[in-house]
Design a protein around this ligand. Structure first.
Ligand code: 4AD
Ligand code: MG
Length: 480
């Protein structure tokens, strides 16, 4: 029987002990007296080269070499020795066995290069490619690093529900959750708005939950309730938005990190977001060097400089009013260069505006703060100065991506909040529990949401957010 302690290729060290390597074959090269089998176990990019000298391996191994193809899984045993090749070491094998075969004619990844678009159609196999495996490792490192940073800074991890009756952002982009099967749906009445006008789709009534229920667009409201009890908390989970947008920055299901801090204002939220990003980018630079080299080589030459700059340079902070001023000045030079040249106080910035600010104007990550009230969510705290026109909101814009973080100080004054909700035609009764926070020991508090996949695209330099998550959901796609 073949047995030796298993070693991951990311941890392989030169040693006299026999070890096992278990993974998937990338390439096989057979020569007269020996064979080279490149094996990758997913723990790092380079994997390990297994050298099989025919006079050293057992009979069964020699027979097995004929069965090895790209993509098959193997178990190799040998010693890790110094190598003349591109890696410092290799496995000098004494045996190798096929674990699972992989027919070259049908394996979609048998040939080397594939477009990222094609790989999305085989999302279950694409983690076997260098690119998607590297994205997955960086993503995992980022997630661990975010948890560590926040926990080390005294934040408690709270898990808020995914099924909810509240539309946190008030943008109406929620997916409905229902228990009804399709037969029932056909017999349901048409949905109507509150004035009795027919809406597209059917009226699901109140089925399972006794109230219309949806997939959450943000964990913030639940996060606020826990911050107003535990102090500093964060959520980190999936969120859902039925935005009908086919862009490289939007997903219908994405993960969000949402720190929420009691006894805190907008500046504390910006400071925390800045420190967290610097820490997690620093961690990735330390831990994912091989993967970052790969991304720099194939996707974004300036990647490392960009990440070092984010880690080491203070972020710029610029008021929304000033940002609008800079944009107007720039657009006036040549309006034809802009898709959305009409920019004034009250304009919701488009990606081209955000990217110009971060990439050209400031060449830096930049917090834009104090946005107009009328383009922001109901829960944001009014600026008492500033003619009552703005709220304590901020967006963090970064080169290459645009908006990476959105946050605010929350309105903690009951009367102001109720007034505003009424203005926005929100049903105050639906938010009774949220308003209770302002009735019972209200405190100034603030928080933000970091779009996790946007962070992954920023850190890897990959273009499309659909390649930053294992199984992307977007209009027209919920396969796998
Ligand atoms: O700016 P947003 O909508 O803010 C909130 O949801 C707040 N409740 C967060 C909070 O204060 N706790 O979303 C936050 C971030 C955005 O800056 C963006 O990075 C990301 O979430 N995001 C998306 N990422 C991928 N696909 C989408 N459709 C996204 N929508 C927002
Ligand atoms: Mg936003």
């Amino acid at each position: 029987a073949l047995s030796a302690p298993r070693v991951k290729t990311s941890e392989a060290k030169i040693s006299d002990e026999l070890v096992s390597i278990k993974g998937w074959v990338k390439t096989v090269r057979k020569q007269k007296t020996l064979a080279f089998v490149e094996v990758n176990d997913g723990s790092n990019m380079s994997g390990i080269q297994c050298v099989l000298p025919f006079d050293q391996v057992d009979e069964a191994t020699i027979a097995e070499i004929e069965n090895l193809t790209t993509g098959c899984s193997v178990h190799a045993i040998g010693k890790i020795v110094e190598s003349q090749g591109k890696q410092a070491f290799e496995l000098s094998a004494t045996s190798l066995r096929l674990v699972g075969s992989c027919p070259g004619e049908t394996f979609p990844l048998a040939k080397k290069r594939h477009s990222l678009e094609y790989l999305r159609t085989i999302a279950h196999l694409r983690p076997r490619t260098n690119t998607i495996a590297a994205v997955a490792r960086v993503r995992s490192t980022l997630a661990g690093s975010i948890h560590s940073f926040l926990q080390n800074h005294g934040f408690q991890y709270v898990q808020t529900p995914l099924i909810t009756a509240s539309d946190c952002e008030g943008a109406g982009e929620m997916f409905r959750v229902t228990t009804l099967n399709t037969d029932d749906v056909a017999s349901l009445p048409r949905a109507k708005d509150k004035d009795g006008k027919e809406l597209p789709g059917v009226d699901y009534g109140e089925d399972f939950f006794g109230k219309a229920a949806f997939l959450t667009v943000s964990g913030q409201l639940g996060g606020e309730t826990y911050a107003c009890a535990l102090g500093d908390v964060y959520t980190f989970g999936p969120t859902f938005r039925a935005e009908n947008s086919q862009t490289t920055r939007h997903l219908a299901e994405f993960w969000m990190v949402e720190p929420e801090m009691a006894f805190a204002d907008l500046t504390s939220a910006m400071n925390n977001a800045e420190s967290m990003l610097k820490a997690v980018v620093g961690d990735v630079l330390d831990k994912c060097d091989e993967d970052l080299e790969f991304f720099a080589k194939f996707f974004d030459k300036g990647l490392k400089d960009r990440l070092l700059k984010l880690r080491d340079k203070p972020f710029v902070r610029c008021s929304y009013r000033d940002a609008i001023g800079y944009l107007q000045e720039e657009i006036a030079k040549d309006p034809s260069k802009w898709q959305f040249p009409d920019v004034e106080f009250g304009t919701d910035l488009a990606t081209e505006h955000e990217r110009w600010l971060a990439e050209t104007k400031f060449e830096s990550a930049v917090f834009v703060y104090n946005y107009p009230k009328k383009i922001k969510a109901f829960y944001m705290r009014d600026n008492d100065e500033d003619g009552g026109e703005t709220v304590n909101a901020m967006d963090l814009l970064v080169p290459g991506v645009g908006e990476l973080v959105g946050g605010s100080q929350r309105e903690e004054r009951l009367d102001v909040l109720v007034e505003k909700m009424k203005e926005l035609d929100l049903d105050v009764d639906d938010y009774w529990w949220y308003l209770d926070l302002r009735r019972f020991g209200s405190v100034p508090h603030a928080g933000y949401g970091l779009g996790f996949e946007r962070l992954v695209t920023y850190v890897t330099g990959i273009e499309n957010i659909r390649d930053a998550i294992a199984y992307p959901r977007y209009p027209g796609n919920a396969e796998f």
